[in-house]
Design a protein around this ligand. Structure first.
Ligand SMILES: [Zn+2]
Length: 172
């Protein structure tokens, strides 16, 4: 088997798509579906609109579960209490990505990873973007804080937080 000459491939631009340089097939599927987020995640997303993070407490193991869930997976018991937690945390793990969210190659990398949130039990976290840092500075354990969209732009989604940035000296 011969090696392809350009194993990296070539990105297609939206101009090429619009002008028909590549075969484009368009159709409007009639797809109807609904997805219930459930009690815990519904409340979690509602609170995101208010710029707040909320968790659930398990009375049995005393853990604060985040993202919130109505059932403790360790005790096999219903969780009992809503608890507001902070919008700060620590980087658990991260990747330096040279692909953007549309899988296009980029020169300045973006940072994605898992942040564990202050006030929740250890290792309770969410995936998100990190920014206002560099590939030299970012590190596991780095304290970070959420950067929220302005209230009028929030829609009850995880993206109501734009990204997490390094916590500044003396900031909570
Ligand atoms: Zn429990």
């Amino acid at each position: 088997m011969t090696k392809p000459e350009n194993p990296k491939g070539v990105e297609l631009s939206s101009k090429q798509m619009k002008e028909g340089d590549v075969i484009v097939n368009k159709w409007d599927p009639r797809v109807k579906y609904a997805w219930a987020t459930g009690e815990a995640i519904s409340r979690f997303l509602e609170e995101m609109k208010n710029g707040k993070l909320i968790a659930r407490k398990c009375d049995s193991c005393k853990r604060i579960l985040f993202p919130p869930r109505m059932f403790c997976e360790e005790c096999f018991k219903p969780t009992t209490e809503w608890v507001y937690i902070k919008d700060t945390g620590k980087i658990e793990t991260y990747s330096i990505s040279y692909l953007d969210k549309d899988a296009r190659r980029i020169t300045d990398p973006i940072f994605v990873g898992v942040v564990s949130i202050d006030g929740a039990s250890e290792k309770m976290g969410i995936m998100h973007y990190f920014d206002e840092t560099t590939k030299e500075e970012i590190s596991i354990g780095m304290p970070v804080k959420a950067v929220w969209k302005p209230p009028e732009e929030r829609e009850g989604a995880i993206t109501d937080i734009k990204y997490f940035r390094p916590l500044k000296e003396g900031e909570e």
